[in-house]
Design a protein around this ligand. Structure first.
Ligand SMILES: Cc1ncc(COP(=O)(O)O)c(C=O)c1O
Length: 391
C-alpha cells in the first residue's frame, strides 16, 4: 500500500475496525487487567499500568504523525517531560532554554537540582549559545518552538545539529506547533514531547502527554519509566485523544487562518503596542517559520497599549474568548500570562523573558473569525471606556 498522507494517517493508523464485532470505532478497554490463557504465554496486554489496547492505538498514530518509530503516551504533558528527564542521572548536566514553559522550568530547577542534576539555561534564539553552555557532563538539552507566550521561532535543525556535534541528546516540546505544522524528528532532534492536552486532543477535555523518538534505548527507558512510576493515561483519555487526532489537520488549518486574521487586525489597532505572531511579515521569526513550519500556528500574543488595569479589564471583558488557562482547543481562550501561565515567576524573571504586565495571549479557536474580532473590539471598548468618557 502507498504511504498515506498526514490527514489519512490521522484517521487510519491504529484504528482498524474491532475484530470481534466489526465496530468502526474501537471500544474503550476500561479494564485494569487482562486474562492469561495459561502461564506459559504472557498476554499481549496484561495490566493497564504497563499497556492497554487504547494506549497502544494512540501510540501508533502519534509515532506515525511525527514521522517516528516509537511513541509512549502519558497521563500529562509534564509526565512525558519527566520521562525525558528520566534519562538523566545524579551528576549529569541539563541545559534548558531560558524561554520555556513554566512547568518544565519548575521541574528542572526545583526537582531535578534536588536529585543531584545540574541545570543551566541557554538562549535558544542563538543556537551557538548552546555550544557555550555545554559542559563535560552535559547529557541533554530541552527547548520549544514557537515559545510561550512570545512565540519566538527557534531554529530546530540548527540546535539539533549542535547538540549532535556536542554528543548530547536534544528534546523539543512540539506542543505549540503540533505535528501538523512541524515534525522535529525530520529536523534532527532526538526526542519530541507533547502536551496532548492541547492541539493533539483539541477539545480541552483531556490531560495527556507523549514522548516520541526514533531511538530504541530512549523508547525502552520511557516504557520502563511509565510502568514503574505509573504516569499512564486512562483508556478513555486515550480514546478521546484518538478521536481528537482525527481532525487535527482540519482544525489546525482553521486555527492558523483565524490566528492570521486576528494578528493582522491587532497589528493595526490603536490600543495595541506590539503583536507577536510569526505569520506577520514584520515578525523576526517569519522567514524561519516559513522554512520550518507548514503554517504559523493558532497562538497570538500582544501587548496592550494601556495600563496593567486596562489590560486585565480587557481580558475579563471578552465573551467568546474565555478567560482560562491552557490552549489548543477548538474554543478560543484568552490568557493573562503574568497571573496565569507565568504566575509562578517574579516580575523580574518574567520581564527577562519579555513577558510584561500588559501582555495578552490568545489561543485562537475555530469559531467564525468575524465573531472573534467583534469580541476583541467590544472588549477594547469596555476596557478603555472610562478613559474615553473622561476625555
Ligand atoms: C508547551 C507546554 N508544554 C508542556 C505543558 C504541560 O502539559 P500538561 O498540562 O498536559 O501537563 C504545557 C501546559 O500548558 C505547555 O504549554
Amino acid at each position: 500500500m502507498k504511504i498515506m498522507r498526514f490527514s489519512t494517517r490521522t484517521l487510519r493508523i491504529g484504528q482498524d475496525p474491532d475484530r470481534e464485532h466489526g465496530a468502526v470505532i474501537n471500544p474503550i478497554y476500561q479494564s485494569a487487567t487482562f486474562v492469561w490463557e495459561n502461564l506459559d504465554t504472557m498476554p499481549k496486554h496484561d495490566y493497564t499500568r504497563v499497556v492497554n489496547p487504547n494506549r497502544t492505538a494512540l501510540e501508533a498514530v502519534l509515532a506515525e504523525i511525527e514521522n517516528a518509530r516509537y511513541a509512549v503516551a502519558f497521563g500529562s504533558g509534564m509526565a512525558a517531560i519527566a520521562a525525558a528527564f528520566s534519562l538523566l542521572e545524579a551528576g549529569d548536566h541539563l541545559i534548558i532554554a531560558s524561554d520555556i514553559y513554566g512547568g518544565t522550568y519548575r521541574l528542572a530547577k526545583s526537582q531535578l537540582t534536588r536529585q543531584g542534576i545540574d541545570v543551566d539555561e541557554f538562549d535558544a534564539s542563538r543556537p551557538e549559545s548552546l555550544r557555550e553552555a555545554v559542559k563535560q557532563n552535559t547529557k541533554l538539552v530541552i527547548f520549544e518552538s514557537p515559545t510561550n507566550p512570545t512565540l519566538k521561532v527557534m531554529d530546530v535543525a540548527a540546535i539539533a545539529a549542535i547538540a549532535r556535534e556536542c554528543g548530547i541528546l536534544s528534546v523539543v516540546d512540539n506542543t505549540f506547533a503540533s505535528p501538523y505544522l512541524q515534525t522535529p524528528i525530520d529536523l534532527g532532534v532526538d526526542v519530541v514531547v507533547h502536551s496532548t492536552t492541547k492541539y493533539i486532543s483539541g477539545h480541552s477535555d483531556v490531560i495527556g502527554g507523549a514522548l516520541i523518538t526514533n531511538h530504541e534505548f530512549i523508547y525502552q527507558q520511557a516504557l520502563t519509566y511509565i510502568k514503574t512510576v505509573g504516569s499512564v493515561p486512562s483508556p478513555f483519555d486515550c480514546w478521546l485523544t484518538i478521536r481528537g487526532v482525527k481532525t487535527l489537520a482540519v482544525r489546525m488549518e482553521r486555527h492558523c487562518a483565524n490566528a492570521q486574521r486576528i494578528a493582522e487586525y491587532l497589528s493595526t489597532h490603536a490600543r495595541v503596542k506590539h503583536v507577536y505572531y510569526p505569520g506577520l511579515e514584520s515578525d523576526p521569526g517569519h522567514e524561519l517559520a516559513k522554512r520550518q513550519m507548514k503554517a504559523f500556528g493558532g497562538m497570538v500574543s500582544f501587548e496592550v497599549d494601556g495600563t496593567t488595569e486596562q489590560t486585565k479589564r480587557f481580558a475579563e471583558a471578552c465573551r467568546i474568548f474565555q478567560l482560562a488557562e491552557s490552549l489548543g482547543g477548538v474554543e478560543s481562550i484568552i490568557g493573562y500570562p503574568p497571573v496565569m501561565s507565568h504566575g509562578c515567576m517574579s516580575p523580574e524573571e518574567r520581564y527577562a523573558m519579555g513577558v510584561y504586565d500588559t501582555q495578552i495571549r490568545l489561543s485562537v479557536g475555530i469559531e467564525d473569525v468575524e465573531d472573534l474580532i467583534e469580541d476583541l473590539e467590544l472588549a477594547f471598548e469596555t476596557a478603555f471606556a472610562r478613559e474615553t468618557a473622561v476625555v
